[in-house]
Structure formats: structure tokens, C-alpha cells
Design a protein around this ligand. Structure first.
Ligand SMILES: [Fe+2]
Ligand SMILES: [Fe+2]
Length: 368
């Protein structure tokens, strides 16, 4: 019996069982399998507490979603579809055309991913308020510059998309049949050059639009960055869900998390269409991932579903899973990954302190 079940009260579980007509001789006679069937009753009756830990997890996730929204908004202003669902910006034709090389529907997908992130942070904040907790507001940290290219709004930003160091190991991680980051395994970079140095994922200004190969390199960088961001969310939700106590809060994490995965798989597919090139302005190389030394099953571009790999223990057969899902330090791990990505270059000490506190509090939450 897990802590939350205990917490929710034996009276509820007894009542549920009795109402269901099950003849039970007392709590001791209830098997573990049967117990799981009473969880929906707890949820319906809202009888289990929302703990401090649940609030801490939701507050960290609200911050993460605000950060996601800020970066996706910048992508949408230049390469998506500004409209009433995702207001701001007016589009940049050269950048949009380069994104469309990865897929003709890229503006639609960028728009839809942005709308999803807006809905995530607004929902979590509204839920926090409804439960008497403080929502998260990072507005005072909107101090970073906007792109000066045609199409972008000139407003303060939380994130910086103009000096990214994109970790592209997710490409190999999800194709591996023998390794899992939860076992301490590390993975090669699909685009080694992108994981070193600093590269723009949006045009910084209109001068960035004069060389078509440079524009394509910027769009390719964005294509790999989209998937990097969304694979992070794909792991973050199941990792933190293991620390949630209240069933309704668990439902929130289990319902938002898989939409991050829907985004990730879309972006994994599109990144595979990024054309091989060398950026003449900075030497950034996008290799042909279907050719040596790449190629083979770890790299082939039409693999967009996770390969089965080791999970929990090597004694079990390989399983197609999200990876990592280790819960220990998951929130801090996300902050570190986003920081290493270059997203927060130029942010204040106070911003990092606020984000780290939110992460530490989420990581300190425990089930029950
Ligand atoms: Fe999200
Ligand atoms: Fe996301």
C-alpha cells in the first residue's frame, strides 16, 4: 500500500469496497490488486490531500511551462502563424521558408506547440490559485533582447534563442537498444558541431537573412532545438509524477506529460529532414545522418519511434519507454539542461536563484 492510499483514509476505501458489494473481512484481507481499483473513488471524492510537495511540483512545472512558452513564442513570431491563439509578431518569410524545408507544415506545428505551452502554464497557474497556492510569475525577468529581424516583437524575453548550444544526443538516446541514461549511459551527438559553440536558432537581425545557406543552418538549428526542448518535457513529467501524492495532481502530470511526447515525436521526425550543409558564416556542419560515420540504425532518419531498451533492470526484456524517468533530482536536472543549452545567457543571478529554489522544492517533494 503506498503512502497516498494510506493518507486518503481507510474509511474511504472501506466504504468504496462495501458500496461495490465486495465482501471483505477487513483492511488486512484486501489484496494489493483490489486496492488499486479504489483509487478512482479517491479521485472522485477528492479526499486525498494536495500536499506541500504537490504544490512545489506544480509550481516548478508552471515555471518550466512559462519558460517553454517564452521560447516557443519567439519561434512563432518569426516562423509560425501569429494569430488570435498565439498573438504577437508578424512572421519572417525567409526564416519560415527555411523551416518549411524540414516540413511544409512547420509553421502550423510551431504555432500549435506554442499554443499548447501557453495552455500548460495558464492551466497549472489557475489550478494553483484554485487550491489556495501562489501561481508562478516570471515577468520581472523578461529582460533579454528580442530578435531585431523583421517579424519579431521588440519586447523583453525570458529566454535567449540566439546563442544556443544544442545537445543532440536525444537523437541517439531514443534509437539505442542497449543503453538508458537511467543506467548512467551517455550518447553520441547527432550534430556534434551544434553541441559545441553558440548558434542562433532564430535570425538575430535582417543581416542574418542575406545568405540562404546561413538561413537554412539557423532553421536546422531550430529543428533540432525543438526536439531537445520537448524530449526534456517528455522526461520531466513522468520523473516528477513519481513524487506526487494527490491523485488529481497526478492526473494533471499524466495528462500534460504525454502532450510533450506528442511534440517530441513530431520534432524528431522533422529534424531528420534537415538538409546536410556547412554554414559559410561560422562553419557549423549538419552532416548527412544517413551516411558514414553516421547512418546505421542508431542514426537513420526514418526511425522516429523509441527503440526498446533496458528499463529498471537488465534482467527484464527490453522495453520501448521514455528515457530518462529517474525521479531523483529531475527538476534540477531540467534546470541544468536548459542552462547548458544557452537559453538563459544574460539572465540575472536572481533569476537563477528563483528557478533553482523552485527546482529544489520540487525535487524535495515525496509521495505520501
Ligand atoms: Fe509544456
Ligand atoms: Fe513542451
Amino acid at each position: 500500500m503506498d503512502q497516498s492510499t494510506k493518507h486518503a483514509g481507510n474509511t474511504t476505501s472501506r466504504r468504496s469496497f462495501l458500496r461495490g458489494g465486495l465482501a471483505v473481512g477487513g483492511a488486512g484481507a484486501i489484496g494489493a490488486g483490489l486496492l488499486t481499483s479504489v483509487v478512482p473513488a479517491f479521485a472522485a471524492e477528492k479526499s486525498s490531500y494536495i500536499t506541500k510537495g504537490d504544490i512545489a511540483i506544480l509550481r516548478f512545472l508552471a515555471a518550466a511551462e512559462i519558460i517553454e512558452t517564452d521560447l516557443w513564442q519567439q519561434y512563432n513570431e518569426l516562423g509560425g502563424i501569429p494569430d488570435s491563439e498565439v498573438p504577437g509578431g508578424s512572421g519572417n518569410a525567409a526564416y519560415t521558408t527555411a523551416l518549411e524545408v524540414l516540413d511544409g507544415d512547420m509553421p502550423q506545428y510551431v504555432h500549435d506547440n506554442t499554443e499548447d505551452e501557453i495552455s500548460h502554464f495558464k492551466f497549472i497557474n489557475a489550478y494553483l490559485i484554485a487550491n489556495g497556492a501562489d501561481p508562478v510569475n516570471l515577468d520581472k525577468f523578461r529582460t533579454l533582447p528580442s530578435s531585431q529581424a523583421t517579424g519579431a516583437q521588440n519586447i523583453g524575453r525570458l529566454t535567449n534563442l540566439m546563442k544556443l548550444t544544442v545537445d543532440t544526443s536525444w537523437w541517439v538516446k531514443y534509437r539505442s537498444r542497449t543503453k538508458n541514461p537511467d543506467f548512467g549511459d551517455t550518447f553520441a551527438q547527432a550534430i556534434p558541431a551544434l553541441s559545441k559553440g553558440q548558434f542562433p536558432a532564430i535570425p538575430r537581425n535582417n543581416a542574418d537573412l542575406s545568405d540562404p545557406t546561413h538561413v537554412q543552418a539557423i532553421a536546422n538549428t531550430a529543428g533540432f532545438h525543438f526536439a531537445f526542448i520537448e524530449q526534456g518535457g517528455t522526461s520531466l513529467y513522468p520523473s516528477l509524477a513519481q513524487r506526487v501524492t494527490n491523485v488529481e495532481v497526478l492526473r494533471i502530470l499524466l495528462s500534460i506529460g504525454p502532450t510533450e511526447t506528442a511534440h517530441f515525436q513530431t520534432w524528431m521526425d522533422k529534424a531528420g529532414n534537415a538538409p546536410a550543409l556547412t554554414d559559410p558564416t561560422n562553419g557549423l556542419v549538419f552532416p548527412d545522418l544517413n551516411s558514414p560515420p553516421f547512418g546505421g540504425e542508431d542514426f537513420q532518419t526514418n526511425l522516429i519511434m523509441p527503440e526498446p531498451t533496458i528499463f529498471l533492470s537488465r534482467k527484464f526484456p527490453p522495453c520501448s519507454i521514455i528515457r530518462p524517468t529517474e525521479t531523483k533530482g529531475a527538476a534540477m536536472g531540467a534546470v541544468k539542461a536548459l542552462t547548458a543549452d544557452g537559453l538563459f545567457i544574460g539572465q540575472s543571478k536572481e533569476f537563477f536563484a528563483v528557478l533553482q529554489t523552485l527546482a529544489q522544492q520540487a525535487d524535495a517533494a515525496y509521495r505520501g
